[in-house]
Design a protein around this ligand. Structure first.
Ligand SMILES: [Zn+2]
Length: 193
């Protein structure tokens, strides 16, 4: 198994190292999903590359869940069948596009503030952090935020697909970023998106 069992490495970012095993758990270090353990029957049967049950939405929601929970836990995150079933049943899902748009603004604002520089490009983990069905969906939302004057970026072609580089917030984007951080004055994304 050379691809990530969750995202199938379809964005073109190969595993950082070969998978390892401890009893019935397989460990993967995926640039998109992060480092996690997964029951081997879940990885092989339910998430196998030929599995029809594991839709793009299910894989994206699971990838997002892994990223969110990795950030909260100090130990290696293990994915069990129960979690997969909750994702398949829609109990664990993806944020709405409006929420994803707000997360994108927050993510870019945080990174630019941290480094003082524009983002050269979108990191591999971007769609999993934000919670979009694919990298292309995340890029499409960025395109909409750009056309609404909240984000500045340039188009690029990397990994043989459409991508964006030199990403920053505009003045309007920074205003929204700052008001979003103030709990008393939440932004009205509906009017912006
Ligand atoms: Zn992955």
């Amino acid at each position: 198994m050379s691809n990530c069992p969750v995202c199938l490495s379809i964005d073109g970012f190969p595993l950082k190292r070969p998978p390892s095993r401890n009893m019935w758990t397989l460990y993967f270090d995926c640039p998109v999903c992060g480092y996690f353990g997964i029951d081997d029957d879940l990885a092989g049967d339910f998430l196998g590359e030929n599995s029809k049950g594991a839709t793009r939405r299910i894989r994206a929601a699971l990838s997002h869940w892994i990223r969110q929970n990795q950030n909260k836990s100090r130990d290696t995150l293990n994915v069990h069948l129960e979690t997969y079933k909750e994702v398949a049943d829609g109990k664990i899902g993806l944020p709405t596009p409006a929420k994803a748009a707000l997360s994108i603004l927050r993510y870019i604002g945080d990174k630019v503030q941290e480094t003082g520089e524009k983002l050269d490009g979108l990191p591999a983990e971007f769609p999993a952090e934000i919670g979009t069905t694919s990298r292309q969906t995340a890029i499409e939302i960025i395109g909409q935020l750009e056309s609404r004057g909240l984000i500045s970026c340039h188009d690029a072609n990397t990994l043989n697909q459409y991508d964006v580089i030199d990403i920053d917030l505009t003045l309007e984007g920074w205003e929204l970023y700052q008001s979003e951080q103030s709990e008393n004055n939440p932004p009205d994304m509906v009017s912006l998106l």
